[in-house]
Design a protein around this ligand. Structure first.
Ligand code: HAM
Length: 428
């Protein structure tokens, strides 16, 4: 076959997807549902740049694969080029914006945005994925942890998911974390030859990442490791107790997973994940987050606590498919105009109807009645407004019910809007 690579047809880059109608209607509905959940709790939309100074992300998580191996970074075209990177996750940019704009706290924001990670693409894992998320900055109160976890829980419930499991853990204060890393490193060194070589390589720089290993050989070592929650300071233990009590009070079931450390470096105190029982274990995390009480400071701001989560839209929709919930909402128009008299009525009436708030569409190129009616039947609209030469002469239109038994009637052109409104108010 001839090489067409320089002429197309082009494909979407590996690991990316086009979301087209009608599937995209589910995206609209999912984002609207999330906006409702977040908005009712006082969170406002944040819309930020899709790229940042590379150092924003480096400072956030130098030790993580997401930052070290998976970032899409590039230089721009300025005279002294800036080293930039596409956002691999949402939190660092929000924290950068918080420091830059210095808003009143608590600062509660939500977002729906793409993230970019150079990962090995597979079902539920993409190079461009999209997250619904919230961040709440400026409050250390453990009841805020309960609010944040509770909002994600309620979002899943609102879209109808049932097989969702919440796991939580405490990473403790930054000092607890640092002290624990020493304990853990000593332990892992003592059992280094029992570990898979990939995990052994993490002992020096990222011992906590050995805890959530998925490598068979390492799992017994990880399971027997000293636990951070047994080494928490009294302050961190009390925080974690209060979070558990709050979840229980709100009727939110959870389990504690002492090996839950999450893939990003910035977590302190509460870390959590929602997992779906309906997806393969490798990609079953449909949302996760936690506290990041040191991140504002790490990025150059005043010490300020924060907490949030990100929830993968693609994975949530895969879960909806697996559970048979949250189908694509119907997006068909209410009315189509079939005009075989030259198109003036189609042009004018569709706009009249739309300006009056109806969903209206039409057909093009002066096709025959038969061809337009075929398209009208396929369109999913409830009514067709037909305009032939008879109707045009009489100053009327024919209103045809495309779905019910009502058949068709002639109505005055001037009365069609009222008549459609009256009929659309009745159930189909
Ligand atoms: P994360 O766990 O890296 O956390 O990502 C959050 C969610 O995004 C995951 O649970 C998953 O549903 C989805 N996700 C991540 N990577 C991919 C991918 N390659 N393909 C498809 N879906 C993916 C964060 O990003 C943190 N910023 C969350 C957070 C907010 N923590 C505090 N505030």
């Amino acid at each position: 076959m001839a090489d067409t690579s320089d002429r197309g047809p082009f494909q979407a880059p590996e690991g990316t997807r086009d979301v087209l109608p009608p599937e995209s209607a589910r995206w609209e509905a999912l984002i609207a549902t999330f906006a409702g959940v977040a908005g009712r709790a006082g969170y406002g939309l944040i819309q930020g740049p899709m790229f940042e100074d590379l150092r924003v992300f480096q400072r956030m998580g130098e030790g993580t694969d997401v930052v070290r191996k998976e970032m899409y970074d590039f230089f721009d075209k300025s005279e002294t080029p800036h080293h930039l990177a596409l956002r691999p996750e949402g939190t660092a940019g929000v924290v950068r914006a918080f420091i830059q704009h210095n808003p009143l706290v608590p600062w509660k924001v939500w977002y729906a945005s793409p993230n970019f990670r150079y990962e090995r693409p597979q079902k539920g894992r993409y190079r461009q994925h999209h997250q619904l998320g919230i961040e709440a900055i400026g409050v250390a109160d453990p009841d805020l942890d309960v609010e944040v976890i509770g909002l994600l829980h309620d979002f899943y419930a609102e879209i109808g998911l049932r097989q969702v499991e919440l796991v939580i853990n405490s990473i403790g204060t930054p000092a607890d974390r640092a002290a624990y890393i020493e304990v853990l490193r000593t332990y892992l060194r003592s059992r280094a030859d029992e570990l898979d070589p990939d995990d052994r390589a993490k002992i020096d720089d990222h011992p906590m990442r050995v805890l959530d290993t998925k490598r068979e050989r390492s799992i017994p070592v990880a399971e027997a490791a000293p636990k951070l929650i047994d080494n928490l300071s009294p302050e961190a233990a009390a925080h974690f107790e209060r979070v558990q009590a709050g979840l229980t009070a709100l009727g939110i079931a959870f389990s504690i997973d002492t090996r839950l450390v999450r893939g990003l470096d910035y977590y302190t105190h509460t870390a959590f994940e929602f997992r779906s029982g309906a997806l393969d274990a490798a990609q079953n995390t449909i949302g996760g987050g936690g506290r990041y009480d040191g991140l504002v400071e790490d990025l150059g701001g005043k010490p300020t606590p924060g907490i949030g989560f990100g929830c993968g839209i693609e994975r949530v929709l895969l879960t909806c498919d697996a559970e048979g919930v949250f189908p694509a909402p119907e997006r068909a128009v209410d009315v189509v105009v079939v005009d075989v008299t030259g198109g003036d009525t189609a042009r004018d009436l569709t706009f009249e109807l739309r300006r009056a708030g109806l969903r209206a569409d039409r057909f093009w190129d002066g096709r025959s009645m038969k061809s337009q009616m075929k398209q009208a039947d396929r369109s999913g609209a409830r009514f067709a407004v037909l305009v032939g030469s008879d109707e045009l002469e009489a100053g009327e239109v024919t209103l045809r019910d495309l779905r019910g038994e009502a058949g068709q009637v002639r109505v005055a052109r001037a009365a069609v809007l009222d008549e459609l409104r009256r009929r659309l108010a009745q159930p189909a």
